[in-house]
Design a protein. Structure first.
Length: 179
């Protein structure tokens, strides 16, 4: 998985998370196809009085993944759960009229799945440990349900492994004749 590190400059030193029990997914609640950079989120959060961008990871419209606050830092993305969760946010979440909508494009979806796979391995979690912010707050964030995400992620994993199996079979190049 390729990612970039955002040059976060917090107003004060960020605390390190001691344990990670879950991943929490978010959206920026910006209109579909409207660019909103990691820097834009950082400025928005600082304007609210926060130290810096509240999410540990960010995915922009082009599917670029940014390590934002830092994967091992306590986030500022979900009250009561920041000390035990890693927050991931994607750009979007609203239709052109400002109504909640799953606006993940193919690049964002691919990046989100790759990032979740990476973090699940890193923290020894399962897909059941991935939640939308909406699970813990009265919001539409991230504009899709846990069930939708988990189902799509598992379909993606299955397709990925089927392709890998086919590639491995093709690359073996050895035919055995047991006569």
């Amino acid at each position: 998985m390729k990612y970039k590190t955002y040059n976060v400059q917090p107003k004060q030193k960020l605390a390190k998370r001691k344990r990670t029990e879950m991943l929490i997914l978010h959206c920026t609640a910006t209109k579909e196809n409207k660019p909103f950079s990691c820097d834009d989120v950082d400025k928005m959060h600082k304007a609210k009085g926060w130290s810096c961008i509240g999410y540990n990871w960010y995915i922009d419209l082009d599917g670029n993944i940014f390590e934002a606050r830092g994967t091992d830092c306590v986030g500022s993305h979900c009250k009561k759960y920041n000390y035990i969760s890693c927050g991931i946010c994607y750009c979007g979440g609203l239709d052109k009229n400002g109504k909640a909508k799953n606006t993940l494009n193919d690049k964002q979806k691919q990046s989100l799945f790759e990032l979740v796979e990476y973090l699940l391995k890193m923290y020894h979690l399962t897909i059941s440990d991935v939640y939308g912010h909406r699970t813990f707050a009265k919001k539409d964030c991230p504009c899709f349900t846990n069930e939708w995400f988990r189902t799509e992620y598992l379909k993606w994993k299955e397709e990925k492994y089927q392709k890998e199996i086919q590639e491995n079979i093709k690359n073996v190049g050895v035919v055995y004749n047991f006569k």
